[in-house]
Design a binder for this molecule. Structure first.
Ligand SMILES: [Zn+2]
Length: 160
């Protein structure tokens, strides 16, 4: 078995992502983003991200993240134009608990087998250099499989 993780993110993109999630959530509401990247077989590497409230200005208004159809339309247009795929999604939780809420489990952002949903603790007021405490949830046909920062699923890399 290869030790290549399923999803790789450069430290620079992760650092920028955590900064944006923190800023947009203002430490009082959840925020989130789609991770855009390229797939090679079962593996994917992240090239950029797109915050929910960029796609849909009302996405954070309820305190938890929701994306309406215009937001999804904007997302697919951006993916097509940049020739990138949605390889994962990420959202923040208020406290240290990065298990999925009932809402998270019932409403996957991308209900595709193998899709990864990340949850970042403390409204992303957290380290920008490590994956400590990040919840990693994998959507499978028969339900979710959850982990806390497993190295085989998600890894930060030094290269872009
Ligand atoms: Zn959640």
């Amino acid at each position: 078995m290869s030790d290549q993780p399923q999803l790789t993110i450069s430290r620079w993109i992760w650092r920028r992502l955590i900064g944006e999630l923190h800023r947009r959530g203002q430490e009082r509401r959840e925020s989130g983003a789609f991770l855009l990247g390229v797939r090679q077989g079962p593996r994917a590497s992240v090239r950029d991200f797109c915050c929910y409230d960029e796609l849909d200005p009302s996405a954070l208004d309820d305190g938890y993240v929701t994306l309406h159809s215009r937001g999804l339309k904007a997302l697919w247009a951006q993916c097509r134009a940049r020739q990138l795929d949605v390889v994962a999604d990420v959202h923040t939780h208020p406290g240290p608990d990065t298990r999925q809420s009932t809402l998270d489990r019932r409403h996957p952002m991308v209900p595709v087998d193998g899709h990864i949903a990340l949850i970042v603790p403390n409204f992303a007021h957290t380290t920008r250099w490590r994956l400590d405490g990040v919840g990693v949830h994998e959507y499978l046909e028969n339900g979710w499989r959850s982990h806390v920062t497993p190295q085989d699923l998600l890894r930060l890399s030094w290269w872009p």
